[in-house]
Design a protein around this ligand. Structure first.
Ligand SMILES: Cc1ncc(COP(=O)(O)O)c(C=O)c1O
Ligand SMILES: [Zn+2]
Length: 374
């Protein structure tokens, strides 16, 4: 049966309840039995919704979509080695977050929600704002007062209301949670429907490879919406006997803000409190990822690893990848730095898939600064 289930106390809820966490405070996962009619899928439009029977939305009329997805998976040469890169910077709002937003806002429509709230300092806010605009749902985006201006302009131009919160990223999340007592919390990091959108990354990669899994995935991680979504997707394909393995997951963090890397490599029982420093990879600079335990478990289960890259590696990687004709934002260049590091010790026959998560045009101010340093 399809249901929401609490990670802490196992209490179950119907998919039709307007909740994002359990009464006990525990986070929710969504248990769902998908179907993959491969013949039909092949004939459908190249969007995330070609996997219709694997997405937990009941009625087609509630789907909010810009025909997003099925992004190209292309070979990129890194020092004589081919790595397959999913071009998710080409999504309608400029990042892979549209995968999650399309499904989550479709669910909000299905629940007859009139207003959503979300907290974000960047791409997730843009995606939730755009899909809410299409759905005619009011949208408030809570942001830290220090957030970068270009993405905030995008949020506002979509018609969302911007609420600037003084203090830390944590203070912003708390302000959104208070608002969420009244309105629907369309949180990318907490609401389980978002992850059942990001999981389409796995379906697309697998289909593009002929319904097989690559050996290794190299993914950026902050709150884990992509990493956990990718795991859910590959796991659903495995359980449906479509693929025979889940790829090893290599998770990339920015050294300036790397709580998950520290917990994993030092085998800590808790996520460490860290002194967060600014990072040019703003999207993954998350000091307190709420689903930390789940992320560590997934990486361990797949026999993967964490890599932490420093600011100069990120900038160098950005310059190098731009010289190959790809314009991606600095957060995505952290993944490129992670690929470079991983290749130093990898098996030459390994099939590796990675991703460009966000478009460079979203961070023009930062790109200009990097250019000045050349
Ligand atoms: C461009 C980009 N890449 C990667 C990430 C990391 O995603 P997550 O926090 O879901 O792990 C983000 C998150 O905002 C992002 O904006
Ligand atoms: Zn509970």
């Amino acid at each position: 049966m399809n249901k929401l289930i609490c990670q802490r106390c196992n209490k179950e809820f119907s998919l039709n309840e307007r909740i994002w966490r359990c009464d006990c405070g525990g986070l929710l996962d969504l248990k769902f039995i998908p179907a993959f009619p491969l013949g039909k899928i092949k004939e459908r439009k190249p969007t995330i919704w070609r996997y219709r029977e694997a997405i937990p939305i009941q009625l087609d009329e509630n789907i909010i979509s810009f025909n997003e997805g099925f992004t190209p998976l292309i070979k990129v040469d890194f020092y004589g080695r081919d790595v397959l890169i999913k071009q998710d910077h080409l999504f309608p709002t400029g990042s892979y977050k549209d995968r999650g937003a399309s499904v989550l806002i479709s669910k909000a429509k299905e629940l007859n929600v009139k207003k959503v709230v979300e907290d974000s300092s960047g791409n997730a806010g843009c995606a939730i704002a755009a899909y809410s605009a299409k759905a005619n749902i009011k949208c408030d985006i809570y942001v830290p007062a220090y957030a970068s201006p270009a993405k905030l302009a995008q949020v506002q131009l979509y018609g969302a209301k911007l609420i600037k919160v003084p203090g830390t990223r944590e203070d912003t999340a708390n302000a959104a949670m208070v608002a969420a007592e009244k309105d629907y919390y369309a949180s990318h990091s907490l609401n389980p429907f978002f992850f059942h959108g990001t999981k389409t990354f796995a379906f697309e990669v697998s289909e593009q490879l002929g319904w097989v899994s690559p050996d290794t995935l190299i993914l950026p991680v902050g709150n884990g919406t992509l990493l956990l979504g990718a795991y859910i997707g590959f796991n659903e394909l495995l359980e449906a006997n479509i693929i025979d393995k889940i790829p090893k997951i290599i998770a990339v963090q920015s050294k300036n803000c790397a709580p998950l890397y520290k917990a994993y490599t030092k085998n800590l029982k808790m996520i460490p409190k860290i002194d967060k420093q600014e990072s040019i990879a703003e999207g993954i600079a998350i000091a307190n990822p709420k689903r930390w335990e789940q992320i560590l478990q997934v990486v361990k289960k797949t026999k993967g690893d964490f890599i932490a890259v420093d600011e100069s590696e990120i900038k160098d990687s950005l310059k190098e990848i731009c010289k190959k004709g790809f314009y991606i934002e600095p957060t995505s260049a952290a993944t490129v730095a992670g690929i470079k590091r991983y290749l130093e010790n990898s098996n030459p026959d390994e099939e590796i898939v990675s991703i460009f998560t966000g478009h460079g045009l979203k961070t023009t101010e930062k790109m200009v600064e990097i250019l000045r340093e050349i």
